[in-house]
Design a protein around this ligand. Structure first.
Ligand code: PEP
Length: 263
């Protein structure tokens, strides 16, 4: 049975003065058995968020939004994976905003993935196509290439043991208010697992959680979580709103309960 996960990407929002309160409020309103909740605030807010949710039950995980591909060195302004010890246990990698703004390539993201696993961080690897690629019928090929570029060369068993999560985030749906259709996201989740299966993952591919991300709200989460191949959501804008998170995680709780009843 795959994990049901709702991960909050706070992007470049909140400050150390207010992040702890927001995290505490969200944690208090999203306690659902069987749902893994992850909050990914800016680096400077990791400590207050970790402190605010430390005693929550079920536990709330804290994640970073990025790491550097080297362990240490002359990289001004960067953060290496080992520096997150005690602050975060998850990390988002290859978000489309970093691919766009920091020019991150699939190969670079693959190096970060290795650093994440070595540091014991559970990675959420983001993939997704541009609008013209979807309209040109190339969405699946693009995502397959992203997976190949980031994953090839890594030991599938080690990535599986690290709990690799894939977030399918069509770029045209991120922050636009225009979400993908649930059926299209589910088809891509199938394609992602087939891609993994064909590149050395074998039957392990079926166990990899695939999240949908892109303008998820409490009003549209049902469309995604009714799809058996989708295991949760990576939520951006709506993750800063406690009411929205309460609705999204409540719906994820239904999926978690239904899955556990099927065991
Ligand atoms: C994201 O940041 O990964 C994201 C999906 O953003 P939004 O939910 O705002 O589209």
């Amino acid at each position: 049975m795959r994990d049901v996960i709702v991960a909050a990407n706070w992007k470049m929002h909140t400050t150390p003065a207010d992040a702890g309160d927001l995290a505490r409020t969200i944690a208090g309103r999203t306690r659902e058995a069987g749902v893994i909740r992850v909050i990914c605030p800016p680096y400077v807010c990791l400590a207050p968020v970790a402190e605010a949710v430390a005693d929550d039950d079920p536990p709330v995980a804290v994640g970073a939004q990025n790491i550097h591909h080297e362990l240490a060195g002359a990289y001004t302004g960067e953060i290496a994976a080992p520096m997150l010890a005690g602050l975060a246990t998850w990390v988002i990698l290859g978000h489309s905003e970093r691919r766009r703004d920091a020019g991150e390539s699939d190969a670079l993201i693959g190096r970060k993935l290795g650093r994440a696993v070595d540091a014991g961080l559970r990675p959420i690897l983001c993939v997704g196509e541009q609008l013209e690629e979807r309209e040109g019928g190339r969405a699946t090929d693009v995502v397959d290439e992203q997976l190949a570029g980031a994953l090839d060369g890594h030991d599938a068993a080690a990535l599986a043991a690290a709990g690799l999560v894939i977030a399918y985030e069509p770029v045209w749906a991120i922050g636009t208010g225009r979400n993908a259709r649930g059926a299209d996201a589910a088809a891509m989740a199938d394609a992602i697992r087939s891609s993994l299966e064909g590149r050395g993952w074998g039957s392990r591919a079926a166990d990899v959680p695939v999240l949908y991300g892109g303008s998820v709200t409490s009003a549209n989460i049902d469309e995604f979580l009714t799809e058996p191949g989708i295991d949760g959501a990576l939520v951006g804008g709506a993750s800063l709103k406690p009411d929205e998170m309460a609705g999204i995680v409540a719906r994820a709780g239904l999926t978690a309960r239904a899955r556990s009843a099927q065991r």
